[in-house]
Ligand binder design. Structure first.
Ligand SMILES: *[C@@H]1O[C@H](CO)[C@@H](O)[C@H](O)[C@H]1NC(C)=O
Ligand SMILES: *[C@@H]1O[C@H](CO)[C@@H](O)[C@H](O)[C@H]1NC(C)=O
Ligand SMILES: *[C@@H]1O[C@H](CO)[C@@H](O)[C@H](O)[C@H]1NC(C)=O
Length: 279
């Protein structure tokens, strides 16, 4: 494959309206006003994984929900979401009026806390209540569009976790002698080829200033590995900053760098436990 083709193996991520950062999925093509309107069945799933080393290095304030603020740095890919997508590069969103309910996934909570943390302090947009936790966003916007492959909230989150454990990206990369967190630069083409070989499908990789921000694995509706979309039309809309260069790294980060700062409770914070730095 020509090197230029690898440079196209990234996705359109436009301004993030959701988490107030450059990381959230672009706003869905279907406006929130269309909630409940029938949307056609999706074509495939993308399991979006985020690399905390890249995201956490821009952490400027801490709060209890932000995984970047744990005293031990996150050293593995964490889950962003399991997204139903269409083969034309668009995706359905907010398909059913089913509010996120934490009680339905209480059995999964320890694993979710560990492997599916928010990497921000801000709340996320939801379909029905406006704003909510990261998991509410993923379920309401994406999860509700996963039928008939996935029926309900518990199955949505457990399916994502199962795929995450079954296809361990850290281990897959190690088979190609690509080791995470050592700050070394790797050829983008080697990273892609290693995943293709170990996983059985081409991934999508999103970068931020040359560091891997997200890696996505794609699955058929019956959860078999498949290629993510790699046609050039998919990447035209990608902001230049999200393109991966030929050499990429998976950096580590040091939580002490921001944990040592003085934390102060923000009086007007919309959700409890919100902290901002004063220094
Ligand atoms: C993935 O594999 C790495 C390396 O063996 C291990 O440290 C990590 O815990 C695994 N992650 C999951 C989610 O199983
Ligand atoms: C790219 O942007 C154009 C114009 O803004 C839009 O019509 C098109 O649907 C977008 N393509 C994708 C794949 O998002
Ligand atoms: C933060 O504190 C830890 C432990 O006290 C220390 O090892 C580390 O060097 C400090 N980091 C910064 C950036 O001051």
């Amino acid at each position: 494959m020509a090197t230029t083709t690898y440079l196209l193996v990234v996705w359109a991520l436009v301004a993030a309206d959701l988490l107030g950062t450059g990381l959230a999925r672009p706003s869905a093509p279907v406006p929130v006003a269309a909630v409940g309107k029938a949307q056609r069945e999706f074509d495939y799933f993308a399991l979006a994984l985020q690399w905390p080393g890249t995201i956490c290095s821009s952490t400027r304030h801490c709060c209890a929900i932000n995984g970047c603020c744990r005293s031990e740095p996150l050293q593995t890919f964490t889950i962003h979401g399991l997204w139903p997508d269409y083969d034309d590069g668009t995706w359905p969103s907010c398909c059913r009026h089913t509010n996120f309910d934490m009680d339905k996934i209480s059995t999964l909570k320890p694993k979710m806390d560990q492997y599916w943390p928010s990497l921000y302090c801000s709340t996320s947009s939801t379909c029905f209540s406006g704003k909510g936790p990261f998991w509410a966003h993923e379920w309401e916007k994406h999860g509700t569009c996963s039928s008939p492959a996935v029926d309900d909230e518990l199955q949505y989150f457990s399916t994502a976790l199962d795929l995450y454990f079954k296809y361990n990206v850290t281990e897959m990369l190690a088979t190609g002698n690509i080791f995470t967190s050592n700050g070394k630069e790797y050829a983008l083409s080697d990273v892609i080829d290693t995943i293709k070989h170990a996983f059985g499908g081409s991934p999508q990789i999103i970068c931020k200033k040359g560091s891997v921000e997200e890696l996505r694995l794609c699955f058929t509706k019956d959860l078999k590995p498949r290629d993510c979309l790699t046609t050039s039309s998919m990447y035209k809309n990608l902001s230049k900053a999200k393109h991966c260069p030929r050499s990429i790294s998976l950096p580590a980060y040091d939580p002490n760098a921001f944990l040592n700062s003085t934390l102060e409770i923000l009086p007007e914070a919309s959700n409890s436990g919100m902290y901002f730095y004063t220094s």
